[in-house]
Design a protein. Structure first.
Lengths: 422, 468
């Protein structure tokens, strides 16, 4: 199919450049209800997205573009019509001109192939989760996805790159039925390769956490507290802090910060170093065909570089470093044990961390936390915390211990001082 | 917009019917959902224009079979009439997958025979990309020229046409319908303070969606400038009056997810034990359904071939019903409510909300404001997260206007994060306004994934909530 698409693009003389992305997905999915198999699914698809570029204007000063999807086999004339419609739309798009990424040779990368039958693997994983159940705690729902995706990017400037990425995603709902009430948590896991020992630890932790939610009480007589975030919430927080420093965000003036500016004021705690990296060797290029190598966006609290897509990098006169999905941050010097010496609230489950960098708000509804009052550890639930990001950044403490996931490498915990608790 | 059911799917129909016949020789149940969804999102801001396929774009098939023990689904975007054996072999491989985990006990789907075609065209005329870009650009330019504090403005329209076909031994259904979503986003700056505002709405008419976007963009620009003076609210318990978007957010996140009956099957919803019991103030009645009102989720049949429903969930404060997909309804011994929805043909169907709202009441908005001693009028949905088993709330409004002694003080706060216990909130509702609006521009996830388009709304509510 890709040959026919390229042929249709080359046949239209109004096309100044083009980019084709082909995505082939094989996904095996099993859905469990009350620890029994409910539905088994298989997905096999091959889809394309085509971007047509059209140079126009009296001085050829504009590079318009228009994209369309090809989700099924199409005839030569259908493809020609789609290309023609895209050229027509692009001729009214008056964007500043830029160069498409240039390619020198065909290259490809692959995550190591797992030779096991995906359904056997998912069955093993499900069994590990279910083995962690107790008479009162179990997984009321478990969804397991094994996917392997091959993405090929071709453009009119010689880019021809292919990557095959594999991952396993699990959504688990640990639940605890007690004499007084029933409680649950939502836990999401993403694994690049299967390590059943890690799965076992995750399952055990999920069951322990939900049992703790059952035991949790209302927090009382605590108006402010140092809050310890962990794992995915740390990732969300750090991701939000650099969200506005992409090339397009800078070009669109979403922030007034520029390279060299401090993003942390009056640093009394740890200085932040945050950037982007790839989650595996195979994750080697972005949607434009830019080859990816790690980028440091913030170093010691100072904005050092922007990041993002080819088009906007060129608008800013910079060399594009690409669009990444994995965030990387430097750890601190404080151990988690040290962090927990003074009274604090350790958040184990939020309904979703709320961060608005424009208003400086950070907070969330807490589904499970442990309150340490200086003497006792008390599981607590059903309250919220909030605070100001700028103030929190001045006194931030990052853990020495690291946490790694498909989308994050960095400190496992961070401490936000003096948050309001309600 | 073609105005017609997909020619591609029409051409595939004989092959799909033959596939069902062949699968029916081996399996107790076989069906095919065929989807062809296309559309474009055109977006213009101060410096760039983009023309992209809508994120809803899809074209593919879900083949579903029941082998007497469990259900299996094979999703593919290629079914060739000459190679049906390939599909049958793929289904066979799926059904014979090795597993050590026992299956749930589930029976055969019973379907009532039906043959029907539905068509709902875009109202008004169609627009070329040139015309849309010119209109959107005009709105952006006038917004940027309206105030020096406006740093950027973005306007966009997404136009979608949806063709779906559901075939089984008993069913032969086809539907074609369209929808358009307009959106405005404005960024304002004064000194070191930067704030944003946004708006979005949907219509079954590109013409009306584009026309209404002008005033929406102007209002969004005014709000963005106002928000430069906003501060976060002081955490505490307040009386609030909601706009229709926040009413919808409460209906959807706080309660709606809890009556999705696949959650009953998984013992994940507290509502299961509250049927027939009081869950809200007697002023509260709530509905959901693709046929309950006209908005973005107003399809004719769902992704399992069940005709659109209109379910009353809460009647005068009493929980009386839930919504369901076919598989959950089968396991619960209920009649499915037409709420089976998939993110795309590549995903499983779950019970999902469609158009969800509180019914209107009799109070006047002005009287509701006048009755607030200290609180906020809170508006514009930002996000929310459900907790159906434990009925925790997290609903975030983009802003609130302070009310003291029954009058607006002119102070604006942002963001407004509400939390607490669902039943406390619903029981605290002390007034429901007589006006009514359902907004169809949003998307909803189940947990943290499975995004589908939904609408929600209703009247303005007066309630007491925890903010902070």
């Amino acid at each position: 199919m890709i040959k026919q698409i390229v042929s249709a693009l080359k046949a239209n003389q109004m096309v100044s450049g083009w980019l084709v992305s082909e995505t082939a997905t094989v996904s095996s999915q099993v859905f469990y209800v009350m620890q029994k198999k409910e539905t088994t699914r298989r997905v096999e698809t091959r889809e394309y997205q085509v971007t047509v570029y059209h140079r126009h204007g009296e001085q050829h000063e504009y590079l318009g573009s228009s994209a369309f999807a090809v989700s099924r086999k199409s005839t030569k004339s259908e493809l020609a019509k789609k290309v023609e419609a895209a050229v027509f739309a692009a001729s009214f798009v008056k964007n500043k001109t830029f160069d498409l990424v240039k390619g020198e040779r065909k290259r490809s990368w692959k995550d190591p192939a797992d030779l096991s039958d995906p359904y056997v693997l998912l069955d093993e994983i499900a069994n590990v989760f279910f083995a962690a159940a107790t008479p009162v705690s179990r997984f009321n729902a478990l969804e397991a996805f094994h996917s392997r995706q091959t993405i090929r990017i071709l453009n009119s400037e010689g880019v021809d790159l292919t990557k095959t990425l594999a991952k396993i995603n699990i959504e688990a709902i640990p639940s605890h039925d007690g004499p007084e009430r029933k409680v649950e948590l939502i836990r999401m896991y993403a694994y690049r390769a299967v390590n059943l020992e890690q799965v076992k630890k995750d399952a055990a932790a999920a069951i322990a956490d939900v049992a703790m939610r059952y035991a949790a009480v209302k927090i009382e007589n605590v108006a402010t507290a140092d809050v310890i975030l962990q794992g995915d919430d740390v990732e969300e927080f750090l991701r939000a802090l650099i969200d506005d420093y992409s090339y397009d965000s800078i070009y669109q003036q979403n922030t007034d910060k520029r390279i060299g500016d401090m993003i942390q004021k009056d640093i009394r705690g740890d200085a932040l170093s945050i950037g982007w990296t790839t989650f595996s060797k195979a994750d080697a290029f972005d949607r434009d065909g830019v080859l990816l190598s790690p980028v440091r966006v913030v170093e010691q609290g100072k904005l050092m570089d922007y990041y993002g897509a080819n088009q906007y990098a060129q608008y800013l006169g910079m060399k594009p470093n690409g669009v990444f999905s994995t965030i990387e941050a430097a750890c601190g010097k404080t151990t988690i044990a040290r962090m927990k010496v003074k009274p604090h609230l350790e958040i184990l489950a939020l309904s979703g961390i709320q961060i608005d960098t424009y208003s400086g708000y950070i907070g969330g509804e807490v589904r499970l936390a442990v309150w340490f009052d200086g003497k006792n550890l008390i599981p607590v639930s059903g309250f919220s915390f909030s605070g100001n990001i700028d103030k929190a950044l001045s006194d931030l403490v990052l853990s020495k211990e690291a946490f790694t996931s498909i989308s994050y490498r960095g400190p496992k915990c961070l401490l936000l001082k003096a948050m309001d608790v309600l | 917009m073609t105005g017609k059911f997909s020619k591609y799917l029409k051409n595939k129909k004989p092959a799909l019917q033959e596939l069902i016949r062949l699968l029916g020789e081996k399996y107790a149940y076989a069906s095919v959902l065929a989807s062809d969804v296309s559309g474009t999102t055109i977006s213009v801001d101060r410096s760039t224009t983009t023309v992209n396929p809508t994120g809803l774009t899809e074209c593919g098939f879900v083949v579903k079979v029941f082998d007497g023990r469990a259900y299996f689904e094979y999703s593919t975007n290629e079914i060739d009439g000459k190679h049906l054996d390939d599909v049958i072999a793929a289904v066979e491989r799926l059904v014979t997958t090795k597993t050590t985990v026992p299956s749930v006990s589930v029976g055969l789907l019973q379907e009532t025979p039906i043959v029907k075609k539905f068509n709902r065209k875009n109202v008004g005329r169609d627009f070329t990309a040139e015309e849309i870009i010119a209109i959107l650009k005009g709105y952006v330019e006038s917004t940027l020229a309206s105030d020096a504090m406006i740093v950027n403005a973005r306007t966009s329209i997404e136009t979608v046409e949806i063709s779906k076909m559901f075939l089984s031994k008993a069913k032969d259904l086809e539907q074609y319908y369209t929808w358009s979503n307009s959106r405005a986003f404005v960024l304002a700056r004064r000194g070191e303070i930067t704030k944003y505002a946004y708006d979005g709405f949907g219509d079954n008419s590109i013409e009306r969606a584009l026309a209404a976007l002008k005033a929406a963009t102007e209002q969004t620009a005014k709000l963005a400038i106002e928000l430069l003076d906003a501060v976060p609210p002081k955490p505490g318990y307040y009386d609030i009056v909601t706009d229709a978007t926040i009413t919808g957010l409460i209906a959807h996140e706080a309660f709606g997810h809890g009556v999705e009956m696949d959650m009953f099957v998984k013992d994940r919803a507290a509502a299961k034990d509250y049927m027939g019991k009081r869950v809200a103030s007697p002023l509260v009645s709530m509905r959901d359904g693709a046929a309950s009102t006209f908005s973005v989720a107003s399809y004719f049949f769902d992704d399992d071939g069940v005709l659109a429903g209109n379910t009353k969930i809460i009647d005068k404060g009493i929980l009386i019903g839930g919504i369901s997909d076919v598989l959950s309804a089968l396991q619960l011994g209920q009649v499915p409510s037409g709420n089976s929805r998939r993110e795309s043909y590549k995903r499983k169907a779950y019970t999902r909300m469609t158009n969800t709202f509180f019914e209107k009441g009799k109070s006047r908005f002005d009287d509701m404001i006048a009755s607030v001693q200290e609180g906020y009028f809170i508006a514009k949905t930002n996000n929310g997260m459900e907790d159906p088993k434990n009925w925790g709330i997290q609903c975030t409004a983009h802003y609130g206007r302070e009310i003291k002694k029954g009058k607006f003080t002119g102070k604006i706060v942002s963001p407004v994060v509400m939390s607490g216990y669902v039943i406390d909130l619903l029981e605290s509702i002390s007034a429901v306004s007589s006006d009514f609006d359902v907004i169809g521009s949003g998307s909803c996830g189940k947990g943290y994934k499975e995004w589908v388009r939904v609408s929600d709304g209703g009247p303005c509510l007066k309630a007491k909530v925890k903010i902070g």
